[in-house]
Write a new protein. Structure first.
Length: 213
């Protein structure tokens, strides 16, 4: 069988908060047992296997049998409620679809959601996997993990977290104003005016064009 698995002073506390957030998610994940959905099909010729999912991981193994087997393992979802799993066969074309209605893989309150699709197929079969959701799922997981980290850090030292977020907002505003100032900078043949006057003139000109339209 072949397997085809698809400042120093603040650094310490910050790393500790991140570890706490990860541990909290892991503890929550262990509290629920994964459920399974299984289906198998027999093919006579060269199989064409299609896997469709909007969230979850896919693992494929191959062998010498003429069977295409699907196993969907899920945790934190309810089949036919917020998780839909279907499959069908048309000759040597076999497909499975596992789609959820809410693609957030990390639930609040320590509840971990996961979706895993395992495919066992003939060695000569063709495989088509719609895995664009893999990137989206990873981004969702990272975003929620960061929010959990921010919430945990806020409980331990809310003032420092607020200062950090305010500093980030100020940095973004500063960059925006710098870009705006460059765009509104007067040309060499114009009389120099203040930055505020340039903004006011640009807004007035824009409103004038809207009224004319």
């Amino acid at each position: 069988m072949n397997s085809l698995p698809y400042s120093k002073r603040t650094m310490g506390p910050l790393a500790g908060f991140a570890v706490l957030a990860v541990l909290a998610g892991c503890l929550g994940a262990g509290s629920a047992q994964a459920e399974e959905w299984n289906k198998s099909y027999t093919v006579s010729g060269r199989a064409h296997v299609h896997v469709d999912t909007n969230d979850g991981s896919v693992r494929v193994t191959t062998g010498d049998s003429k069977q295409v087997e699907f196993r969907v393992s899920y945790n934190g979802y309810t089949l036919d409620k917020n998780l839909s799993v279907t499959s069908r066969q048309d000759g040597d074309q076999v497909e499975v679809s596992a789609r959820i209605r809410n693609s957030m893989s990390w639930g609040w309150g320590g509840m971990h959601r996961s979706l895993r699709i395992e495919v066992h197929m003939p060695r000569t079969a063709d495989l088509n996997v719609d895995m664009l959701s893999e990137l989206k799922s990873a981004v969702d997981d990272m975003r929620l993990l960061l929010w959990q980290y921010i919430e945990t850090a806020s409980e331990v030292n809310p003032q420092r977290v607020q200062e950090g977020m305010d500093s980030q907002r100020l940095h973004r505003v500063t960059k925006f104003l710098q870009l705006l100032r460059k765009r509104l900078a007067p040309s060499s043949d114009e009389q120099p005016v203040s930055f505020i006057e340039r903004i006011n003139a640009a807004v007035t000109e824009h409103l004038g064009r809207d009224k004319a339209a």
